[in-house]
Structures are given as structure tokens and as C-alpha cells.
Design a protein around this ligand. Sequence first.
Ligand code: SF4
Length: 491
Amino acid sequence: MCGFVGIIGPTDVAPGLHIALQALQHRGQDSAGIATMAADGARFFMRRGLGKVTRALDAEDLRALEGPVGIGHVRYPTIGRGVLADAQPFFYRQPGVLMAHNGNVTNYDELSESLAARSIHLLSRCDVEPAMCEFADALMERRKSGHTIDDALEALRAVRARVRGSYSIVAALMLDGEPTLVVFRDPNGIRPVTVGRREDGAWIAASESVALDALDFEHYEEPQPDTAFFLRPGREPIRHRLDAKAPAPCVFEFIYFARPDSVIEGRSVYEVRLAMGRALAERIQRKGIEVDVVIPVPDTARPAATAVAETLGRPLREGLIKNRYSGRTFIMPDGLTRSAALRLKLNPLPREIKGRRVLLVDDSIVRGSTLGRVLALVRDAGASEVHLAIHSPPVRNPCFYGIDMSTEEELFARRFPADLEALEREAAAGLGAESLSFLDVEGMDAAYAGPRCAACFDGAYPQVLSERDRAGITRDRRGDAQSSTSSGVLG
Ligand code: SF4
């Protein structure tokens, strides 16, 4: 998962891109980058670094980034590793294109071979690179210089015909002799993108609306998968129609990934999380579960936990305090890493827990390992009973569209029966909880109320995945899992 932003305006855009990337920091902390293009299209500037935005890019970098159009990116790798070669944005010399994306290209290996057959060789394992190479190659096929919007339209149609998976893309290049920001999505519109405008004539395209808020841009529109946007300062967007399939925006953005203050697909993420909490509480009531206090696992679960507490008529308490400043933990020889890492990130408040029947609310269970340790923390802090409530359905299938959700064999829910109540009973016993309640798919759909991808829950992938694509992504995930030294709160 990643976050991107593109800005085109009357003045240098690098400082604004730097601020917008900080607003999108939650979408990726492995690397950050900004690339800009001079107004005459003759010079390009790029700075990328590992780590969070303020570590990867300093004031000197921003001074070097000239130009009234540019692109920024924060990366969380789902294919490839957290190395500088994979950091975005990417640049292609002919005809001079900057590009960044959010998503997951599922046929990377096939594209890599096809490009190599045309003597175009990739320098990274980052999946926007083959998309950018296809785009640039298609442009150069049309003509060698002086490209127009029509040329770009044909090129991005070629990208959409060849590149499978999820991708929301922003690109900057000269079209019709003018700096132009191009925005388009995969045919199902799986990953979000929103466009805003400002009084000075500037335009922005970003993964989430919080990037617009930070820079005083007004929401303009969320480009749909059937439309490509071409943005130039001070003028209305130029739109062109594209073929599209049934819309399938990722529902997991609403459950976990996006910031609660973002608006995606016209819906407030916060409001959707509240609705999920209400639906979950109704299910808990139907099951006859009684608790004394509701405690969110910080931070994502807080809105849903608020609604659970309100619906159940029980107090909401901060029984687990998150350390905002903990970073990565590394493998230690004494085997204490995982529990120490968790205590570094989450510390219980025994006064809120001791002697009480606690309902612990979390957003999702993927591997289940971390939640088991959180539960043990609460038990050790003196809870008389610990009940678990999850404001999403069980994750039964890996995501191939940009959220790193393990391989099939690592998924917690796959260890248990398919029947929801049987799963809840057996999983609660396995975790050592008095009860476990998931939001069911019907409750999730009632809360979200719109077309969506929910393949990680219901297995209905919006695109057909070839065995080769599936095997390639799984292989990469296994490789990453074996080499990873990070320990996150989510598991
Ligand atoms: S499979 Fe799940 S995480 Fe992946 S795009 Fe679909 S809903 Fe989102």
C-alpha cells in the first residue's frame, strides 16, 4: 500500500508536495520521494530517500526541486523490498515522464518479459515501473516528440490493456507543449484517488482527501475508473472516457487503511467505521454477550469502538495506551523481541481493566498473532473476562491488490471452520478469550452500502488472476516475510 500526490500550479510545488506526503504518511513509511518538472519541460528533478517523509527529504532536497508540476509518493512495499531502487516516483527519459501509483500490478513478471523483448529493461522490483515503461513506449510509438493529449490517451489505454491489478496513477509530462498532470485508475477503480482545486488555480490529485485539507484545496471530484483527467493550472480539467468494468473500491480502506478524516467514494471513513461499530454491537447483543467496559485497540478501532459502546450502553475507556514514538524493533537473540515490541507500543492501564469484563475492539484479524498477545496483556492487567469484537469479517483470502495480507496459509481465519459462529467459538478458545465476535459480511455491506471489493472476506476477486500472477505475488510475499525484521502492532 502506498500514497501519492501530484500538484500542478502557478508556482513551485515541492513544498506543498512535502506537506501533502506528511498527511499521507500512514499509507507508507518505508520510503518517500518527490520529483518535479520545470515549466519548459526540459529539466526534471528527483529526490528520494528511505524512511518517513521528514527523514527521507530535507530542506536542501526541497530547494533542489524546482518546477510548477510534480509528484510525491510514500511507499509501503507489497511487491519488492524497502530499498531505494524501489522508491517512487519514477522517471522515464523518453519522452520525459514522471509517474507514481498506489496499488499492486499483478502481472509484473509478464510485463517485465514483454518489455525486455522490446529491449526495455527494468531497474527495480517496483510495480509502477513496468506501467510507466508501457506508457512511455506507447507514447514514443505514436511520435518521438511534441506529444498531445490524444497521444497520452492512447498510451494510457495501452497501459490499461496490458497492466493488470489495481492502480491509481498520477503522471506529469509535457502535452501540447504545456506541463500537464494526468490521473487515471485501473478499470475497477480499486484504489482511491481524489482531485481538488485551489483559488490560485492549482490542482491536486491524491490518494486521500486529507492531503487536500492540509493545503487548502477544495474537493473537486473523485475520478471514476471510466475517466482520465488531464489537469492544467487555472483551467477546468480535460476529461476523456475510458473503458471501465464494475466498480470495486477496496472496502478495507474503510476498515483499516485510510485515515478516519478522509472521504473516499463520497463516504466519510469515520462515518463508515461508526456504522460498522453499530452493526457489530447489534450482533454482540444478539449473541447475548454481557460486558462492563469497551476498550479499543488503538488507533484504528476507536471510531467503531465508540459506536459499539454507545449501542451497548457501556462505557468506552482507553485501557491500552499507544506509544506514538516507537519505531521498528529488530530480532534479538533472547527471543523476547515480540513481547517487548508489543509492550513498547501498547501499555495497559490496569485501573480501567482490573476486575472488569472487558470487550476489546479491533479492526481486523489477519495473522492473529498480535491480537493474542494484546489479549494476554489485558488479562494480565486483571480483567475478569476478555471478549473480542472485530469490526470486519474474518479475512479468509489474501489481497492481491495492494494490501499486504500474508499468504493463504498464514491467515488466522483459515485455521477454523467456514461457518462464522463455529469459527468464533473455536478461535475464541484458541486465543484464550471468553468470546469472539466478527462483523458479518451482511453487517459490513449495510454499513458501507455501495459497490466494493471485499475479496479478502468473500473471495470474489474483481479481476481474474492467472495462476502465474498469483504464484508470483505469493512468492514475493514469502520472500519478504522471511527477510522481514519489522514487528507491527497489527498481525
Ligand atoms: S482483497 Fe480486501 S484488501 Fe484487497 S482490495 Fe479487495 S477489499 Fe481491499
